[in-house]
Design a protein around this ligand. Structure first.
Ligand code: NAD
Length: 249
């Protein structure tokens, strides 16, 4: 129960890694605010599982690219849970496109969801913690793709940006007792990495890892909960790879 009494907001919690983080955090004792974009039924089902564990769960509908509304997302989470001291910036998109065909709209959409929203949600969260006088922790999802990845310049740029953002959050928020870390998931078996690949290509990628298999959303959630918890009290400004041993470059 390393998150006993803690209150967490997870973005993109309707499916995949976000859903797994919400559930694992609740198992570890946290109350959870689940941000979702469009699948209320799926998010409600996750919330019901969490309340079944005896924890609080609230749904917070919202598009993280609506930057002006992010302080309200934090306020809704804090009001629903009776406080807020943990944030997981998980929401992300991965539209693959080769650099020679890259459209400005794809670049902008990817950088906005994957990076800009994380910066401004972290700002809103930190302002909340400062006003509430509580210590906190932030975990953001980067990616294995930071090493460079085919047809993914925009995605790699966004996920590399998370590393610099995380280190700077760690520096600037340390006086508020807020830690910030990032996770670089490898090939994790969710909807996201499958788009644009043939089954054969996916098999080759997975075979190229030391584990020789897909990772699970639960395995990423386990590391996320660790970083959010005081067990990781001396871990700050770091990028932790959760990739089963993947060395593609
Ligand atoms: N699965 C992998 O192999 C992998 C690898 C590296 C990094 N990641 C990262 O992990 C995170 C979770 O990915 P996943 O694998 O669970 O993918 P996923 O596609 O299953 O989930 C992405 C989540 O983000 C949400 N989302 C997207 N745009 C949003 C917006 N504008 N506002 C609010 N929510 C929004 C979606 O609704 C969804 O819940 C992402 O940031 C992704 O880039 C995943």
């Amino acid at each position: 129960m390393i998150l006993e009494g803690r209150k967490l907001l997870v973005t993109g919690a309707q499916q995949g890694i976000g859903a797994a983080v919400a559930l694992r955090a609740a198992e570890a004792g946290a109350d959870v605010a689940l941000n979702y974009l469009d699948d209320e039924a799926a998010t409600r089902a996750i919330a019901e599982t969490i309340t079944g564990m005896g924890r609080k769960a609230v749904l917070v509908r919202g598009d993280v690219t609506d930057i002006g509304a992010l302080p309200d997302m934090v306020a809704q989470a804090a009001e629903g849970l009776g406080g807020l001291d943990l944030l997981c910036n998980n929401a992300g998109i991965y539209p693959r496109q080769p650099i020679l065909e890259l459209e400005e709209s794809i670049w902008d959409a990817t950088l906005t969801v994957n990076l800009k929203a994380n910066a401004f949600l972290s700002k809103a969260f930190a302002l909340h913690c400062k006003a509430a006088g509580c210590a906190g922790a932030i975990v953001s999802m980067s990616s294995l793709a930071v090493q460079g990845w085919q047809d993914s310049a925009h995605y790699c740029a966004s996920k590399s940006g998370i590393i610099g953002l995380t280190r700077t959050l760690a520096i600037e928020l340390a006086p508020l007792n807020i830690r910030a870390n990032a996770i670089a998931p490898g090939l994790i078996d969710t909807a996201q990495p499958r788009g644009g690949y043939t089954e054969e290509q996916l098999k080759e990628l997975v075979a190229g890892t030391l584990a020789g298999r897909w990772g699970t959303a639960d395995e990423v959630a386990e590391t996320t909960v660790y970083l959010l918890s005081d067990t990781a009290s001396f871990v700050n400004g770091q990028l932790i790879h959760v990739n089963g041993g993947a060395f593609f470059s």
